[in-house]
Design a protein around this ligand. Structure first.
Ligand code: BG6
Length: 498
């Protein structure tokens, strides 16, 4: 690899110590990050190079997985770190940054630069303009920007305009770590490297699709950020909709960055627009309420006591094209659910006629395919089988593939894959400007509606439950059901409109 410098804005922050440094260290250990490189941290906290190295070395020992901590290779990794205290919001620091980069380039013009914006989103539009003013947007530079890219359609367009005035599109890497997950990429391999499912993968054989990405954690220490984001901006507009695209897209003729991303955009553009009448019927938003010794969202630090920010969303989406017309996609995400799980469940149509007796009241008329992204990564097919013995009783059983059989998920982390791709100059798994806008374009009416109608329904759900009961009512019309429904509830009066 040529000599290069990675500049991290927000180098004294949480994302850097928890995620970026452990990931960069793992790339270094795996010899994906080699040769003559520096990582220059930028932040407002004052550190000398030496102090910063010690700080990161300490944090690596906390955040790198136990089996992968090798102190001598960590020490060798941190020897590549440098630090420059400056406020990335203020233009005055950038000439100094330039000077530092010239020094690191051995006195020449800095060329091969990778900027990483691990800053609050409010700086996403500011930093590139300062980089340009300092002449740091060299033809070989690249920039990685965290999500959320924009706050709504208008701000995303504005950000795209700013980035386009500083960099070419091929230099801009809008990161969405879900696409870096091995199991998300495997949805493509599963669909397009196997012939048997393709003929079934459409409205003729699929009844509905369910996509879930829920967590058993709350908002951690991120009250300030979460209040301005909510589940829609934090998870749905980016991660969930990416999973919809992987499930629904057409196979690209040749698999490369442009073709793949063209197909993603086509899915977003085919989403059936939500009109006002649909909004309350097709979207259920919730907020977690206290349960046992667990706090409600409104009691979290940095959250308004009367906040109407959603921590849960369930939505019914339609895709208006030949493959998917009439097949609902039910998606949901939530904080403080009973468990952490991300999965895509494909519900096939029922057999037209049931001629066998079903065992234990469990009539397996519809097959289900579960693509589990995390945890217990794997693929499960639910099929009906004859119960051994006399007569013809049928029971639903599972055919299971677990990634553990392939030696587990290699190399750990989605960020590692994505940063490596960016260093190699492969933008396939990053979001292109038109995809960001197409996605916001779809969700914008929802945000506008909530903004204009602050009293639009927001339902409570106690911490540790599967979300508002209304999310089930939303599916009833179709005869559909979440894989983990809130069935058999005893105390339903805990679920009320907030
Ligand atoms: C992040 C969100 O993008 O994704 C978090 O900001 C969320 O709120 C996280 O917890 C979930 O990612 P993962 O990989 O843990 O499922």
């Amino acid at each position: 690899m040529d000599k290069f410098v990675m500049v991290i804005f927000g180098a004294s922050g949480d994302l850097t110590k928890r995620k970026l440094m452990p990931v960069l260290y793992s790339l270094f250990r795996d010899k994906r990050l080699t040769g003559d490189f520096f990582i220059l941290g930028i932040g407002r906290t004052i550190y000398s190079d030496e102090n910063y190295r010690s700080y990161i070395l300490e944090e690596l020992q906390r955040f790198v997985e136990t089996g992968k901590r090798d102190i001598s290779s960590m020490a060798s990794f941190v020897s590549h770190l440098r630090y420059l205290p400056m406020d990335p919001a203020k233009e005055e620091g950038y000439p100094l940054l330039r000077q530092r980069l010239v020094e690191l380039a051995g006195g020449g013009t800095p060329g091969n630069l990778l900027f990483y914006l691990a800053t609050p989103p409010s700086l996403y539009g500011v930093v590139p303009l300062h980089l340009k003013a300092a002449g740091l947007n060299t033809p070989y530079s690249r920039i990685i920007v965290e999500k959320p890219f924009g706050y709504n359609l208008e701000s995303a367009r504005e950000l795209n305009r700013i980035y386009a005035s500083v960099f070419s599109e091929h230099q801009i890497y809008r990161i969405d770590h879900f696409l870096g997950k091995e199991t998300a990429q495997n949805v493509l391999a599963f669909r397009f490297a196997n012939g048997i499912f393709e003929p079934l993968w459409n409205r003729n054989y699929i009844d509905y699709i369910e996509i879930t990405a829920v967590e058993n954690l709350g908002i951690e220490q991120r009250g300030g950020f979460y209040e301005t984001a909510g589940a829609l901006r934090d998870m749905v507009q980016n991660h969930l909709i990416q999973l919809v695209a992987l499930t629904a897209m057409e196979p690209p003729a040749v698999f490369n960055a442009d073709n793949f991303r063209n197909e993603v955009v086509k899915v977003y553009e085919s989403l059936t627009p939500l009109n006002k009448e649909d909004l309350n019927e097709h979207i259920v938003r919730g907020q977690y309420t206290a349960s046992g010794n667990k706090k409600s969202y409104r009691e979290e630090k940095g959250v308004a006591p009367d906040s109407r920010t959603e921590t849960y969303i369930a939505m019914k989406l339609g895709i208006s094209n030949w493959r998917w017309s009439g097949v609902p996609f039910y998606i949901r995400t939530g904080k403080q659910m009973p468990t952490k799980v991300t999965e895509i469940v494909v519900h096939f149509r029922e057999t037209p006629h049931q001629m066998f007796r079903c065992s234990g009241g469990n009539c397996p008329r519809a097959n289900k395919l579960i693509l589990r992204l995390q945890p217990n990564e794997g693929i499960v097919l639910k099929i009906g089988m004859k119960v051994p013995g006399t007569g013809f009783e049928v029971r639903q059983v599972t055919m299971d593939f677990n990634y553990a059989q392939l030696g587990g998920i290699p190399g750990g982390d989605a960020y590692a894959r994505l940063i490596d791709d960016c260093i190699q100059g492969d933008p396939t798994l990053f979001t292109r400007s038109d995809a960001v806008e197409a996605s916001w374009n779809f969700f914008d009416p929802v945000l506008r509606y909530w903004n204009e109608n602050p009293d639009a329904p927001l339902y409570g759900y106690p911490v540790g439950t599967w979300g508002p009961l209304e999310s089930e009512a939303m599916m009833c019309g179709h005869g559909a059901e979440w894989t983990n429904p809130c069935k058999n509830l005893t105390n339903t009066d805990q679920y009320c409109e907030l």
